[in-house]
Design a protein around this ligand. Structure first.
Ligand code: GUN
Length: 282
């Protein structure tokens, strides 16, 4: 039986509607500052979409486009300035950064209250401890998709392929916080298919087209594909062999149109949360 296709565009639109409704009742506008260094075309597309998302829900937004040769000190000085501005509630530095800039120094410079990517060690630590905090956007988007489709996590076997700080590790922690029984796999895992076949919920964040084949999936599993790859014809595709796996899964996310559309909506939600938290403490 064919799987139900999880529609990230529909869920993303409903999240944005809720944000927009909440903003219309607020006395101030939440504000997001986005910094991009250099001229990577894909990063510029992402930043444009973030600005458009802000406009859609009624936020203020500012985009700082800095040249490739910007010194780390200059970037840190801009972050310091934005950290101190009252109408800026969220700060995001688009990654990757040019090689001469230390990514960790930059993400640690944003005050945790305005860290809408949730990359700061304080926010990462709170997620590890299961404390209330801003949540990393892609993992939060995955949880929102599961919840929207009433897919239970509690007590179920969840397998995450990939252990990045941005996706794999925080996704595992959010599934654990939702009472899933979680296994994290990676490139050194022995007999990966034997592990992934245990999964009731399988999340792939590998970055290799066609990596997850049907023999790696238990019939009836929920399959979440975080991959953003190009196939041999240059077409956008995920990690999962979609035609074969969608025949045996119960639910599956497509690429494009699955997890991808959720990420910016979760960024907008974090910006709203940051704004409300900052207003409350002022
Ligand atoms: N580059 C690719 N994904 C992301 C993300 O989620 N946040 C930031 N800041 N940069 C990215």
């Amino acid at each position: 039986m064919a799987a139900i296709i999880i529609d990230g565009k529909v869920v993303s639109a409903s999240v944005r509607e809720r944000i927009k409704a909440e903003v219309s009742e607020m006395d101030i506008k939440p504000g997001l500052a986005v910094i991009i260094v250099g001229s990577d075309p894909a990063s510029h597309v992402y930043v444009r979409n973030k600005k458009r998302g802000c406009e859609e829900v009624g936020f203020n937004s500012w985009v700082y486009e800095l040249p490739e040769e910007t010194a780390e000190d200059e970037l840190l000085a801009l972050i310091d300035k934005l950290n101190g501005e009252d109408n800026v509630h969220g700060i995001l530095v688009q990654l990757p950064l040019p090689k001469h800039i230390n990514e960790s120094a930059v993400t640690e410079r944003i005050v945790p209250e305005k860290d809408v990517d949730a990359f700061h060690a304080v926010n990462a630590g709170k997620i590890l401890k299961g404390e209330d905090t801003l949540l990393p956007c892609t993992p939060a988007g995955i949880m929102e998709l599961l919840s929207h489709y009433d897919i239970p996590v509690r007590g179920r076997r969840c397998v995450v392929i990939g252990r990045s700080n941005i996706v794999g590790k925080p996704t595992a922690l959010l599934l654990l916080a939702a009472d899933g029984t979680v296994t994290v796999c990676h490139s050194k895992t022995n007999d990966l298919p034997a592990v992934t076949r245990e999964a009731d919920i399988l999340v792939s964040a590998v970055g290799i087209a066609g990596f997850v084949t049907a023999d790696m999936v238990k019939p009836g599993a929920v399959v979440i594909d975080v991959g953003m790859n190009r196939d041999k014809d240059g077409k956008l595709c995920g990690d999962v062999d979609f035609p074969a796996v969608s025949d045996i899964a119960s639910y599956i996310t497509p690429v494009p149109g699955g997890v991808g559309p959720m990420t910016i909506s979760m960024l907008l939600r974090n910006t709203l949360t940051a704004a409300k938290n900052i207003i409350k403490t002022n």
